[in-house]
Ligand binder design. Structure first.
Ligand SMILES: [Zn+2]
Length: 205
């Protein structure tokens, strides 16, 4: 076993959701400006954490191959507890996973991150060409319809609206998340990841 600063007595890099958010903002700024440091991604980092993990934030994002939270936030192995599902939608498994991150791992910030040009949303806008999106379209279609009359880009509006909708759902589901959100102990924040700039925009902070 390789001895490093990460071990069973390690700790999260952030004590509060605000500290966690500051780390994500700084890491994304570095990524978007091309000044990434690629921290702690070697096998030694992994080996040193094999007994326990100390992620400082949870990310719910799309399964899209271009959406890689550890890269866009310029963080390393063990920093993020990540759930990726096409369209950034909820399921009982996703909710349970994020509850685990908060209850058992001490995560105090969850980011619900939609992204530019999301294929799941595009597929739901053209379901006749993509019959296999039924598993997620029942959650996305109402959002797409709600945004149809809004000014601006329909796809962008729908993706941001979904991130906000999922954030609201997560903030009120079950005793674990709802009570900790109400008390201010944890924060759940919607965000939008631009693929063309690399910038992640956080909303409703
Ligand atoms: Zn997507």
């Amino acid at each position: 076993m390789v001895e490093t600063k990460f071990n069973s007595e390690g700790k999260s890099k952030a004590k509060t959701w605000k500290e966690a958010l500051d780390l994500l903002i700084k890491g994304n700024s570095d990524f978007a400006s091309g000044n990434t440091t690629h921290p702690e991604r070697g096998r030694e980092t992994l080996f040193a954490q094999y007994l326990k993990q100390f992620p400082f934030a949870g990310i719910l994002s799309c399964a899209d191959s271009r959406v890689v939270p550890e890269l866009v936030f310029d963080v390393g192995i063990g920093d993020l507890f990540t759930c990726r599902i096409a369209g950034t939608v909820l399921s009982d498994a996703v909710i349970g996973s994020l509850e685990f991150a908060i209850e058992s791992l001490g995560v105090s910030l969850i980011v619900v991150m939609g992204h530019e040009n999301c294929g799941a949303f595009r597929a739901c806008m053209n379901p006749e060409h993509h019959p296999n999106v039924r598993g997620i379209s029942w959650q996305i279609m109402p959002i797409i319809e709600e945004c149809r009359s809004l000014p601006g880009d329909h796809l962008y509006n729908s993706i941001v609206a979904n991130a906000r909708h999922v954030t609201k759902q997560l903030s009120s589901v079950g005793p674990v998340l709802s009570q900790k959100v109400r008390s201010g102990e944890i924060k759940i924040i919607p965000a939008y990841h631009s693929l063309s700039t690399g910038i992640v925009t956080f909303y409703d902070i």
